[in-house]
Design a protein around this ligand. Sequence first.
Ligand SMILES: N[C@@H](CCC(=O)N[C@@H](CS)C(=O)NCC(=O)O)C(=O)O
Length: 245
Amino acid sequence: MSEATSGVQEKKVHEQVIDGIPTLYAFESCPFCWKVRALLTWKGVEYRQVEVDPMKKTELKWSEWNAVPVFVDGDGTQVNDSNDILHYINSHFEGGEIFPNSGDNTQQDEWMAFSGDILGKSILPVIYNSYRSSRKALAYVSEVESFSRMQKWKAVWLGGIIMRMVGKSRGKMFELPPEENLTHQLTVMSEGFNGEFFGGTSPNGADFANYGILRSMQNLRGWDIVQSHSTAGPWVKKMQATCGV
Ligand SMILES: N[C@@H](CCC(=O)N[C@@H](CS)C(=O)NCC(=O)O)C(=O)O
């Protein structure tokens, strides 16, 4: 990542707004992007998604922040980093219940951090457990019309090798083997539920942050572990029904 900063950027980037409405620069497979997609859908915000080439990130060359998601509001306001984007959307768009801002609720802040620091890292060695499962996770690229055949080939085959390596290195962060670690972290995560959701009767930032990470696994290796978990499984189902993605 460059020296760019997270959060709301001072400089407006009007030219990156597609069709005059909020625009999300994302990878289909990116867990952090699913956090934002879940919140936008829950709030009923109409937006455009620009699919970024995961290898070259050509569509993001205009930005100093070199990772997805990047959110550009309809007025050209750029917001970097998934948790900052969640807070921005929470406070700038109507629809759904408003949740506490960053710094106003320690529990929410801690569980939002957990989504990236622990859960986001725990899913990678499970999804990208073999070259085959890695290619499966990246196969969506073949369907992106804006990508050339070469881009598609590279993203699936070279990307598959790279992500297998990333999965392996993330796996080393944890003592337990990947599948057992994921189950364990789902149990840890469930300790944060306050009744139905982290946010009580309505989802808060921690719900969208952690749900988004897990939602990226749908139909990929390890999704069955999430679905069959005794506490996280029912919560994921409820989140899916509530936010609509
Ligand atoms: N802290 C960032 C992490 C974002 C991130 O790591 N995104 C990945 C894709 S899942 C990325 O774009 N990595 C840079 C790269 O692939 O070069 C956030 O929460 O938004």
